[in-house]
Design a protein around this ligand. Structure first.
Ligand SMILES: [Zn+2]
Length: 109
């Protein structure tokens, strides 16, 4: 992912509406590119911080920690998505093998 792509996705990330296909590349870019991570931090703090002020919540909050948690959440989601894809592929391959075995049996029996 390029920095410009990352920057376009920051808003949906802070709104928690990032699309599934970007989970992995977004989190990876945030970890690899300190400039974009800074940018993300600023956006996150402004957006979530303002929301909290509107709520007049007196609870203390650690936005840096929350941002870290949200990145972790998306990392896990990306991981689950990857595993789902792998399972899906494996299932199809097994089904194909079964069909092939069936065909071979039909030919030779
Ligand atoms: Zn970047």
């Amino acid at each position: 992912m390029k920095c410009s792509d990352f920057n376009q996705l920051i808003q949906s990330f802070t709104e928690d509406t990032l699309e599934e296909e970007y989970y992995d590349s977004f989190v990876r870019h945030a970890r690899e590119c300190s400039e974009c991570m800074d940018e993300l931090e600023i956006h996150y703090m402004i957006r979530v911080g303002l929301e909290r002020m509107e709520d007049e919540s007196t609870k203390s909050f650690d936005l840096k920690e929350e941002l870290k948690n949200q990145l972790l959440k998306y990392e896990r989601l990306a991981d689950m998505r990857f595993k789902r894809k792998v399972y899906h592929t494996v299932t199809i391959v097994i089904a194909e093998i079964c069909i092939i075995i069936n065909v071979i049996q039909m030919l030779y029996l």
